[in-house]
Design a protein around this ligand. Structure first.
Ligand SMILES: Cc1cc2nc3c(=O)[nH]c(=O)nc-3n(C[C@H](O)[C@H](O)[C@H](O)COP(=O)(O)OP(=O)(O)OC[C@H]3O[C@@H](n4cnc5c(N)ncnc54)[C@H](O)[C@@H]3O)c2cc1C
Length: 559
C-alpha cells in the first residue's frame, strides 16, 4: 500500500494497515518528523484507537500527557496574569472518565506524537518509512477499474522513480497534491484567517499564581491571540491571527514573537526563548469525495477545521481508523470495494459537523473579546457569549456518539438514546452503527473494547454459547476472523448485568462488532441462531453479496 504523508494521520494509517497484515510504503517529503508542536490533543476516542497499536505505544503516548489541572478550563483574559473575563469548563479535553472509556486523553504536542508513531511503525517490520521522498504525480488508481495504483516519487538525490501498490492513502495534508491531481474540490470556507504559530520556552507558569488551564485567550492592546501550555513546565505555543501581508516568518521575527509573548503573558521582563515559528491558514472545509477509485483521502487532505475545537487531528485519525480496515479487507479480496465507499457515507457527517462547530467556536472567541472590550451597550455581554459557547471543548457527542448508517451496518429497528445536545453529550448504546460501549471485565484489567481485534468480534450473553459456533462458521466461510466471547465465562467475569444493559440484549442475544469497534448487527435475544446467520451478516457488511436473506435479528432485507 502507498501512504502519502508521514504526518500523524499517514503514520497512524500505516500502523493500522500493519494490524491487518498489509505492508506499506510511507512517502514523506520532509527529512524527519515534525519538530514544531502544531496540534496538542489526542482525545479519548483517539486514545482508544491507540490501545489497538499495543500497550507500548499507548503508554508512550500517555507518558507525554500534561499534569493534572491543565486540560480545563478555557480562559478568556486580558493577559495570562490579568483580569479574567470568563471561562468554559472543557470536559472534552479531560475525557469522560473510566465509566465511558478505558482510555485517557493526552494533551501534549504533535512533535512528540509523531516521533512515537514513527517508532511504532518502524517496530512493526511492515512499514517502509521513506522520508525525503516526495510524491510528484499520481500515475494510476484514480478509477475503480484500474488494476492497481501507481505514483511518481522524487528522492532527496533528485532521482525519480515509479512506485506501484494496490491503493493510495492520501494523508498529504491541507495542500494535498493527490487531492488536486484527482480534481477533488474542497467544499466550505477557505483562507478564513492566517495564523502565526510560535513555539517558545518561557516560565509563564510561575507568574500564574495557580491559575492553570488548557487555553489562555488573551486580548489587550499589546497582544491578541491564545497561549497554549504544552507541558506545564515552560514549553508553550501561541497562535496569533495576522493580516495576509504579515503572514511571513521573515516579518514575524523572533524579536516580535518575544514582544508578543510578554504582552500576552502580562510580564514585561519575561525571558522568552523562541524555538520555532510556523504558519498556517484556517479553513473550514471538507473534500467533495473522500474516496475515488483506489485512492482514500484521510486527515487534513480530507477535511480542515479551525483549531477552536481541538478536533482536527482527532477527526483525521478517527476517519482513518474507519477507512483502513475497509481498505485492508478490500485489497486482500475479502470485501467488495463498495465497502470502502461507506467511509465517505459514515465520516462525512462528523467531518461537516466538526467543521461547522469549530468555526462557530472561532467566531465566538472573537465575540467574547469584542464584548469584553468594545463597551457596546447593545452587544451581547461576554458572559452571555461564553454561556452560548459551551460546545467549545465539550465534544463527547461528536467524539463517541455518531451513529453510522451505511451498507456496512445492519439496522435492528432501534435508535440510539436521545441526548440534550448531540454534539456535546454522549449516552452509550449498542444500536447498530454506534461505537460498541465500554464495559470493564476481569477486575478492570480489560475492557470490552480490548476484545476488538483485526477481524469481527461477536459478543453474547451468558446463555448465548450457540452464537459462537455460528461465528466459527462465519470465519470459515468468509475467510475473515470472527472472534467470539460469552459474557460471564471465566475469562470475562464481572459486570454481566451492565454488559447486557449497555449492549441492549437478553442473556441469549448477540452483538457483532466491526474491526473499528462499531456495532455491525445485533440480535437482542430469543432467536435460535442458525449456523449460517453470522456468515450472512459478515458477507453483507463486507458488501460481498448483493442478494441475501435478512440475517436473524435484523429488520432489514437487502436486495
Ligand atoms: C504550523 C501549524 C500549526 C498548527 N496548529 C494547530 C493547532 O493549534 N490546533 C489544531 O487543531 N491543528 C493545528 N494544526 C493542524 C494540524 O497540525 C493538522 O490537523 C494535523 O497535522 C493533520 O495531520 P495530517 O497527518 O492529516 O497532515 P499533516 O500533519 O499536514 O501531514 C501531512 C504530511 O504530508 C507530507 N506531504 C505533503 N505533500 C507531500 C508530497 N507530495 N509527498 C510526500 N509527502 C508530502 C507533509 O510534509 C506532511 O508531513 C497546525 C498545523 C500547522 C502547519
Amino acid at each position: 500500500m502507498i501512504v502519502v504523508g508521514g504526518g500523524p494521520v499517514g503514520l497512524a494509517a500505516a500502523l493500522e494497515l500493519a494490524r491487518f497484515g498489509v505492508p506499506t510504503v510511507v512517502l514523506e517529503q520532509r527529512d524527519s518528523t515534525s519538530w514544531h508542536p502544531k496540534t496538542r490533543n489526542f482525545n479519548t476516542r483517539t486514545m482508544e484507537i491507540a490501545r489497538g497499536w499495543g500497550r507500548v505505544v499507548y503508554e508512550r503516548l500517555r507518558a507525554v500527557d500534561t499534569p493534572p489541572g491543565w486540560k480545563s478550563p478555557i480562559r478568556f483574559l486580558t493577559t495570562a496574569i490579568g483580569e479574567q473575563i470568563g471561562e468554559i469548563e472543557s470536559t472534552g479535553f479531560e475525557g469522560p472518565g473510566a465509566e465511558i472509556s478505558p482510555a485517557r486523553p493526552v494533551m501534549s504536542s504533535q512533535d512528540l506524537f509523531e516521533q512515537i508513531l514513527y517508532d511504532a511503525c518502524a517496530a512493526t517490520g511492515k512499514v517502509d518509512l521513506r522520508f525525503s521522498h516526495e510524491l510528484t504525480a499520481v500515475l494510476g488508481g484514480s478509477y475503480r477499474a484500474d488494476a492497481g495504483a501507481a505514483v511518481e516519487v522524487k528522492s532527496s538525490s533528485g532521482e525519480k522513480y515509479r512506485l506501484d501498490g494496490p491503493a493510495i492513502v492520501a494523508a498529504d495534508g491541507v495542500d494535498s497534491l493527490v487531492r488536486s491531481q484527482l480534481g477533488i474540490a474542497l467544499h466550505g470556507e477557505k483562507d478564513l484567517h492566517h495564523f502565526i504559530n510560535c513555539y517558545f520556552r518561557a516560565d509563564i507558569e510561575s507568574h500564574l499564581d495557580g491559575r492553570t488551564g488548557v487555553l489562555f485567550f488573551v486580548a489587550s492592546p499589546n497582544a491578541v491571540g491564545v497561549l497554549q501550555p504544552l507541558d506545564a513546565n515552560g514549553r508553550w505555543l501561541s497562535q496569533i491571527v495576522v493580516a495576509p501581508a504579515e503572514w511571513s516568518t521573515e516579518r514575524f521575527t523572533p524579536e516580535r514573537v518575544r514582544a508578543w509573548v510578554r504582552g500576552a503573558a502580562g510580564v514585561s521582563d519575561l525571558a522568552v526563548e523562541v524555538l520555532s515559528v510556523g504558519r498556517w491558514r484556517m479553513n473550514a472545509a471538507v473534500a467533495a469525495r473522500l474516496v475515488q477509485g483506489r485512492v482514500v483521502l484521510c486527515g487534513d487532505a480530507a477535511h480542515q477545521f479551525p483549531p477552536t475545537g481541538g478536533l482536527g487531528v482527532n477527526t483525521g485519525l478517527q476517519g482513518m481508523h474507519n477507512a483502513m480496515w475497509k481498505l485492508a479487507l478490500s485489497v486482500r479480496g475479502l470485501a467488495g470495494w463498495a465497502l470502502l465507499d461507506t467511509y465517505d457515507t459514515e465520516r462525512r457527517l462528523p467531518a461537516e459537523q466538526t467543521a461547522r462547530q469549530s468555526l462557530e467556536n472561532h467566531r465566538n472567541v472573537g465575540l467574547i473579546a469584542a464584548a469584553a472590550f468594545a463597551h457596546d451597550e447593545k452587544a451581547m455581554s461576554a458572559e452571555e457569549v461564553i454561556r452560548t459557547s459551551r460546545r467549545y471543548g465539550n465534544h463527547l457527542g461528536v467524539e463517541f456518539g455518531t451513529a453510522y448508517t451505511s451498507r456496512a451496518v445492519i439496522p435492528d429497528g432501534s435508535t440510539p438514546p436521545e441526548v440534550d445536545d448531540p454534539y456535546s453529550d454522549y449516552a452509550p448504546s449498542a444500536t447498530p452503527g454506534c461505537r460498541a460501549p465500554h464495559v470493564w471485565l476481569i477486575d478492570q484489567a480489560l475492557s470490552t473494547l480490548d476484545l476488538f481485534g483485526s477481524g469481527f468480534t461477536l459478543l453474547t450473553g451468558p446463555t448465548g454459547k450457540r452464537w459462537c459456533a455460528a461465528a466459527r462458521t462465519a470465519e470459515a466461510h468468509t475467510g475473515v476472523p470472527v472472534a467470539s466471547y460469552v459474557a460471564g465465562t471465566p475469562a470475562l467475569v464481572d459486570n454481566v448485568d451492565r454488559f447486557l444493559e449497555l449492549y441492549g440484549i437478553e442473556a441469549d442475544g448477540a452483538v457483532l462488532v466491526r474491526p473499528d469497534g462499531y456495532v455491525a448487527w445485533r440480535s437482542r435475544g430469543d432467536l435460535a441462531p442458525d449456523a449460517g446467520a453470522v456468515a450472512d451478516v459478515v458477507r453483507m457488511v463486507l458488501c460481498r453479496s448483493r442478494a441475501s436473506k435478512a440475517p436473524a435479528g435484523s429488520n432489514f432485507d437487502r436486495t
